[in-house]
Ligand binder design. Structure first.
Ligand code: NAP
Length: 282
């Protein structure tokens, strides 16, 4: 399939690489030049200077961008993807955004003759590399069917959550739970240490019980400082919690969500380049 892939950050670069390796014809765009763009071009992808150029003649457009502002920047305007998309194509937005924004993009896509799917993913850098993401998809079943061969290259599971916006809603729920699981682990260990227990014993015991979220086992090397890479930037987790709050409105009572926003915000450092697991050690 001829695919335009826009946004080659931590996740997008790895997803694009898998599609290329699977034999798809790829046109790629990233706002700034980076080594992933060059690496993909050297493997046969066509590097393009604007979103509009990237989508030329493509049946499928995939965006994997930071936040709603980034998606707007890539979608709209003279050089935006909507200005030059092939009518009858599909746009999958894999960025984590809020459901209202996804519905707005679906309406804009429809005016440009495209079917739109909100397709945020669960799973981080390594699952993206290995094609083991979980796709949370919102939009028409017929569009889902059309993109199935591509989704299969990238994922181990695809969930159809409902109409446009429902994939984004589900993603905000999943990340709220993830954010809280790490905070709960951090405070549990802090409690145990202050009662005189050792950190390794605490982690060994907590992770062997059903009370710990399964993901914590995989995060343990990050908690213990053995893996210092950025897998999921903390700034994106904070963005997701804020989008959840914004989507709910201020009247909804969600004390854990508000506490989480405060803690992740306080942990974000000046260069904004740290993994979300950093909240464990604060
Ligand atoms: P990332 O490494 O920070 O990459 C962000 C991408 O967005 C880059 O290509 C960046 O371009 C682009 N971008 C940002 N602002 C832009 C703008 N104004 N105009 C055009 N392009 C812009 O992020 P990521 O980790 O790949 O995550 C991408 C999305 O997936 C986010 O919504 C994130 O919440 C979600 N997600 C991430 C993970 C994870 O574990 N990392 C897991 C699931 C979901 P430049 O290179 O030019 O900055």
């Amino acid at each position: 399939m001829k695919i335009a892939f826009l946004g080659l950050g931590i996740m997008g670069s790895r997803m694009a690489r898998r599609l290329l390796d699977a034999g798809h014809e790829l046109r790629v765009y990233n706002r700034s030049a980076n080594s992933d763009l060059e690496a993909l071009a050297s493997k046969g992808a066509t590097a393009c200077e604007s979103p509009a150029l990237a989508v030329a003649g493509c049946e499928l457009i995939i965006t994997m961008l930071s936040n709603p502002e980034a998606v707007k920047a890539v979608a709209r305007g003279e050089t935006g993807l909507l200005s030059n998309a092939t009518r009858g194509g599909v746009w999958m937005d894999c960025s984590t955004v809020d459901p209202e924004f996804s519905r707005d993009m679906a309406a804009e896509a429809e005016r440009a003759g495209l079917q739109f799917l909100d397709c945020p993913v669960a799973g981080s850098k390594i699952p993206a590399e290995n094609g083991e993401l979980i796709f949370l998809m919102g939009g028409p079943a017929e569009a889902l069917e059309r993109v199935k061969p591509v989704v299969e290259v990238l994922s181990r599971k695809a969930v159809h959550c409902g109409e446009n916006g429902s994939g984004s809603s589900m993603k905000l729920v999943v990340n709220f739970m993830l954010a809280q699981s790490v905070l709960a682990a951090a405070e549990s260990v802090r409690l145990g240490k202050s009662l005189g227990l050792g950190e390794s014993d605490l982690l060994d015991t907590l992770l062997a019980t059903p009370v710990a979220a399964p993901i914590l086992q995989g995060l343990r090397p990050r908690f213990e400082g053995k893996d210092t890479e950025v897998h999921f930037p903390l700034k994106h987790m904070l963005k997701d919690l804020k989008l959840a709050r914004q989507s709910l409105g201020n009247a909804a009572i969600m004390p854990l969500l508000d506490a989480g926003i405060g803690i992740y915000e306080a942990t974000l450092d000046d260069n904004q380049d740290q993994d979300f697991s950093r909240v464990y050690g604060r």
